[in-house]
Ligand binder design. Structure first.
Ligand code: DGJ
Length: 722
């Protein structure tokens, strides 16, 4: 339980039964939060490394003297700055009410909760009530902030903005964000925080490939192993806005929230809006620590992920790049039988199994088995899986409909649309309006029927287009209600079938975020199985999700997206690091490749306990290499990779400086996987496996490396010897 500051500070507001302190300090093992309520609204004065109790004096020291030509008291950076507060940054709370737009919710009550604080504010003129919930995770120091806005007046109001605003320490200098596109997601960019605003707005209706809802602010020289960082994750899979701004007075803030269209969020009397949560993760040491804290938090705080903690993630095969739409009972059974021989544990039947779905132009919405391809239904397939000790997974895309489908012909009004406008098709499909009760019920019944009639362990829940014309049938903006309805649908499926695992896929990594994380336990980060591109995609996405939730597949030798060719040893060595899958036609593999694949699968299974629960690490290298690893929290065992990305101007790679080991322990090293089998690598292997190395040597001097070929990978296992 978080410990509120024990010496009671002055009480400043008490127009209700409960008293509100002028400030709060809440501590966890790693972090402290100081919340200032002196101006009648809560402002985050401090979120960072744990502090001893700061006292009234410490609080007062945050205040600055009057600046020339400025208000005597600087307007605070409130969690939801409103127009009346005098804040000159972007408003965090804005609404139009029957009484006008000058809303001024001021604190009326406060209650300490098990993990933090719940505050309530009320606007006496407009009847707007705001609830702030703050929770500080005791072990990881992750801060969760969430707000709700309720309309307690007699008239409707329009909410324009409800974005959580956090003051930043002035020593953070840079903002690290993500960009990308289909097939190349989670590229990191890095900008300095200076005059002006870093603003990312996502209007795609899903968390998107180009602007996933996460960013970090860091000190100037922040690397994997030095520097200070606060990472932000917005728990939302729809439209959003993320802003980092330096004000003219030098103060900085980050603001994250949902993005509304005009008149999108109308609150009738009695209705309320709940903002998505904003999670903040602080580390005063390095990027690695913030990533590890976030992963530990995800593993514990999100039920769908936590539920999997004791279940090994099965190695799976997916039919998509193996056969695309060319699937039927006999070729699927042949694939299952082949997969069983390779040690694969789950078979996933991807797109093409339903209605008349022979390409991507038809049948979405018609969620019954295609009797031409599968005349006996899915039972023979599922039975074959079970005979080969495999569970069965199925692809679905519930939110979509093809114009060429029985569903659309029967219900053309079930789609999102703009009045009198030609619908914009994307991937030949339209989006169902899930806010319509009949549509929602139809989808819930369809998914329920599939899960009831078939023994399905896993759903790959896809979503293959942006929302271009997001209007409901009733003529309202759909983005907000559509995202909420998708969550409701997933929640109802999960509650009826708690053991069914759901994977979030949206044309690859278009829906990777901490909103959908409440329901899913796996993500598909990209449609590109190009092992070289995957290295940076996996690097980027690992800032958002832990390894066991990151689908990593070994694709065909020639990548279908990039045309680049890689050996199975390289592809396998890269895919090894997440939740392993195979996505290629294994019936056409050479004997040698089959043997390689089977041994990689065996190796992954042997090490997946560590891969899927350990502390993830990235190691700073020059840009022609990439290095990463995972260690047990006690540092006694680890797995590390070095990938050579491209040719370098120096002949030898720089020594490998391991991280996360115990300086005073001796380690036995083994090279457990290599895609480059040159004599140099062989000699290197003999050298490292002949002796033990102390942790301080491995971390400080580093391991001398052999010359490596571009696009090759080495994987080391390290274990401390007693
Ligand atoms: C997009 C996904 O990302 C792919 O893996 C595959 O499932 C296709 N959709 C199927 O249509």
């Amino acid at each position: 339980m978080a410990k509120p500051y024990s010496e009671p500070p002055a009480v400043i507001v008490s127009d209700s039964s409960s008293q509100i302190q002028s400030w709060y300090q809440i501590d966890s093992e790693l972090a402290s939060v100081i919340l200032d309520c002196r101006q009648g609204v809560p402002s985050l004065l401090y979120y960072g490394a744990r502090l001893a109790a700061i006292g009234e004096h410490g609080l007062a020291s945050f205040d600055r003297h009057e600046a020339p030509a400025s208000p005597e008291k600087e307007p605070t950076i409130a969690l939801l700055p409103d127009v009346t507060s005098g804040f000159l940054g972007n408003l965090g709370l804005a609404a139009d009410t029957a009484e006008g737009w000058q809303i001024h919710p001021r604190l009326t009550s406060a209650e300490l909760t098990e993990s933090g604080l719940c505050l309530v504010a009320h606007c006496s003129t407009t009847g707007l009530r705001v609830t702030y919930e703050l929770a500080l995770d005791q072990t990881t120091g992750v801060l969760k902030l969430q707000c709700a806005v309720a309309n307690t007046s007699e008239a409707r109001l329009s909410l324009h903005q409800c974005a959580i605003t956090q003051a930043l320490p002035q020593h953070v200098e840079r903002v690290l964000g993500f960009e990308g596109r289909w097939g190349l997601e989670f590229r990191q960019h890095n900008h300095s925080i200076s005059t002006g605003t870093y603003l990312r707005e996502n209007r795609n209706g899903r968390s998107s490939h180009h602007c996933p809802p996460a960013l970090m602010v860091t000190t100037d020289h922040c690397t994997e192993s030095t520097g200070e960082i606060i990472a932000f994750h917005l728990g939302w899979s729809g439209n959003h806005q993320m802003r980092v701004e330096q004000l003219a007075n030098g103060r900085r803030y980050a603001q994250l929230g949902e993005r509304f269209e005009p008149l999108e969020l109308i609150l009738e009397p009695g209705q309320s809006y709940q903002s998505p949560p904003v999670y903040s993760v602080h580390s005063s040491q390095e990027l690695n620590a913030s990533r590890q804290r976030w992963h530990a938090f995800v593993r514990n705080a999100f039920d769908a992920v936590a539920a999997m903690a004791t279940r090994p993630r099965p190695v799976q095969i997916n039919t998509w790049e193996a056969r695309y739409f060319d699937i039927d009972e006999s070729n699927v059974i042949a694939l299952i039988e082949k997969a069983g021989g390779l040690g694969i544990e789950r078979f996933v039947l991807d797109d093409g199994w339903f209605a008349s779905r022979n390409d991507d132009r038809s049948s979405l919405g018609d969620w019954w088995v295609d009797k031409d391809k599968f005349p006996n239904g899915l039972s023979p397939i599922i039975d074959t899986c079970h005979r080969h000790n495999m569970t069965f997974g199925l692809w679905v895309e519930p939110e979509m409909v093809s114009p060429d489908s029985e569903l659309y012909r029967a219900h053309p009004n079930w789609v999102l649309q703009h009045k009198n406008q030609e619908p914009i098709l994307a991937r030949h499909q339209q989006v169902l309006d899930l806010s319509q009760a009949e549509v929602f019920d139809y989808l819930l019944n369809a998914v329920t029927k599939l899960l009831t009639e078939n023994d399905i362990a896993y759903l790959k829940w896809d979503m293959n287009r942006d929302l271009h014309q997001a209007g409901t049938h009733a003529g309202a903006h759909a983005h907000h209600r559509q995202t909420r309805a998708v969550y409701r649908l997933m929640a109802q499926v999960k509650s009826a079938f708690p053991n069914v695992e759901i994977e979030s896929c949206a044309s690859g990594g278009g829906r990777v975020d901490s909103g959908v994380l409440n329901y899913v336990s796996r993500f598909w980060p990209s449609d590109s199985n190009d092992a070289l591109d995957r290295i940076s995609i996996q690097y980027g996405v690992s800032s958002l999700i832990p390894a066991e939730t990151m689908g990593c597949h070994i694709g065909p030798e020639e990548c279908h997206l990039t045309g680049r060719r890689h050996s199975i040893a390289f592809r396998g060595g890269v895919a090894f690091w997440g939740h392993l899958g195979i996505e290629m036609d294994i019936s056409s593999l050479s004997e040698i490749d089959q043997t390689s694949l089977a041994s990689l699968i065996e190796l992954h299974k042997y090490h997946r306990g560590l891969l899927h629960s350990g502390d993830s690490l990235r190691i700073d290298r020059c840009d022609s290499d990439s290095a990463w690893g995972v260690v047990t929290p006690n540092g006694l065992e680890g797995l590390f990779a070095l990938a050579k990305l491209k040719s370098d101007t120096t002949v030898f790679p720089a020594p490998y400086r391991f991280l996360g080991l115990r300086a005073d322990s001796d380690y036995r090293l083994s090279l457990i996987w290599q895609s480059d089998r040159s004599r140099h690598i062989k000699a290197h292997q003999e050298m490292i496996e002949a002796a033990t190395f102390r942790g301080d040597f491995l971390m400080e001097a580093g391991l001398t490396l052999p010359i490596m070929k571009p696009e090759s990978i080495l994987i080391y296992h390290l274990a401390a010897v007693d």
